[in-house]
Write a protein that binds this ligand. Structure first.
Ligand SMILES: O=P(O)(O)OC[C@H]1O[C@H](OP(=O)(O)OP(=O)(O)O)[C@H](O)[C@@H]1O
Ligand SMILES: O=c1cc[nH]c(=O)[nH]1
Ligand SMILES: [Mg+2]
Length: 208
């Protein structure tokens, strides 16, 4: 299922991310602010269990997370979405997945992973700001499922219809949350109008 998260502040932040004049510092801080807003609907159905808490005056019922979510940022660009989630989820786990898209074939190349030994029954949140052809998301989901993850959701900032279709065809059980559904892809597989290369925009790896 696709959820396009609608909020006036999300629209404002995306406009700044899109702007080619926005520098790396502003890009990173807007991406964090936007991700924080996305975290609420993404985590809406987290299970909590009751516990007793003692206030200065009495005992009462409180709640704690049943299973802490595992955040999976796809390197590099997904790194910029970690802080926003960590701001709102206490003691979450961050497991990195290294992946880049070959510039010629547009196929994803996986080069790194670092996961805790037992996370399979925890909610897994795949973080990558750009969902373009969908190749990287599908490959990451294949990998996570192969490793035993059962409850996975994908969070992106900007998605292309082509990528959403591909994820839905290959992983119909996975919910995708996005802040913006754009028009499509150009000949090089970049999202239009998009925001350019989300990794380069964050880390300044394109100099002029
Ligand atoms: O849906 P797809 O067509 O697979 O494209 C999306 C992927 O491309 C970007 O990564 P990129 O290859 O630029 O790596 P980077 O984050 O290291 O820059 C983006 O962050 C996704 O991982
Ligand atoms: O538009 C796009 C497509 C893939 N990756 C990006 O960073 N941007
Ligand atoms: Mg990139």
């Amino acid at each position: 299922m696709l959820v396009v998260v609608d909020h006036p502040l999300i629209k404002v932040h995306i406009t700044v991310l899109r702007d080619h004049m926005t520098g790396t510092d502003e890009f990173r801080s807007r991406l964090t602010a936007l991700t924080r807003l996305l975290a609420f609907p993404v985590l809406q159905d987290l299970d909590i269990v009751p516990m007793t808490v003692t206030t200065p005056l009495a005992q009462t019922t409180g709640y704690k997370l049943d299973k802490v979510p595992v955040l999976v940022p796809v390197l590099r660009a997904g790194l910029g979405m970690v802080e926003g989630f960590r701001d709102v989820v206490p003691n979450t786990v961050v497991s990195h997945l290294g992946m880049y898209r070959d510039h010629h074939t547009l196929k994803p190349i996986r080069y790194y992973s670092n996961f805790p030994t037992s996370y399979h029954d925890h909610p897994v949140i795949l973080l990558d700001p750009m969902l373009a052809t969908g190749g990287s998301a599908v490959d990451a989901l294949d990998y996570l499922k192969q490793e035993g993850a059962q409850n996975i959701r994908v969070v992106s900032i900007i998605s292309a219809p082509e990528g959403i279709k591909k994820v839905d065809e290959c992983h119909p059980d996975v919910n995708v949350f996005t802040a913006q559904l754009d028009e499509g892809l150009n000949d090089l597989g970049y999202i239009l109008p998009g925001l350019g290369d989300a990794g380069d925009r964050q880390f300044g790896t394109v100099l002029d």
